[in-house]
Design a protein. Structure first.
Length: 173
């Protein structure tokens, strides 16, 4: 039996092939729209706290940093979310688009993980479909899987075609 392809793979041309179904692509569009809306409507929502970690211990320096960089960081976050939404239906991505996917996937995971109070060992004993918030946990697991695949694809050209601890995989065409 042949193993299915990873959801994202580097091609021989150096771009990236995306193997996702229509429902998975729709989910990505829906999640990015929800986070975009949350950022605009409720910028102080507690689930957003991990998107904006403190850069400095000193309160004055932190305020100065936020006044200088805050809007630029938010603009970049929104651009990344919109890029993911706009390219979710595509079968190929270039390296810049994959970078935007990685940033947006990370933000989606941080917010959802904060809302669910996910810990590192959340899935240590497997996934329980009868658990409270099982759907949301499944979405979190999907985003994690997709992010890991994107990182693997992005780093596949390092170390002779494999990232640390992985065997080299043949690029797709």
């Amino acid at each position: 039996m042949t193993e299915p392809p990873a959801p994202i793979e580097r091609t021989v041309d150096g771009d990236f092939r995306v193997h996702l179904g229509p429902d998975e692509r729709d989910l990505l569009r829906r999640l990015t729209a929800e986070l975009d809306e949350l950022l605009a409507a409720e910028p102080e929502d507690p689930s957003l706290r991990r998107l904006r970690p403190r850069a400095y211990e000193d309160e004055q320096v932190e305020r100065e940093y936020r006044s200088l960089m805050g809007s630029e960081l938010e603009s970049l976050r929104l651009e990344n979310l919109r890029a993911l939404a706009e390219t979710a239906g595509r079968d190929r991505l270039d390296a810049g688009e994959l970078d935007r996917w990685l940033a947006a996937l990370n933000d989606l995971r941080l917010v959802l993980g904060t809302r669910l109070d996910v810990s590192e060992d959340e899935f240590a004993e497997g996934f329980d479909p009868s658990a409270p918030h099982a759907y949301e946990l499944a979405v979190y697991a999907f985003l994690t899987w997709l992010q890991e695949a994107a990182i693997q694809a992005a780093s596949s050209h390092l170390s002779g075609g494999a990232s640390a601890g992985q065997s080299p995989a043949s690029p797709t065409t």
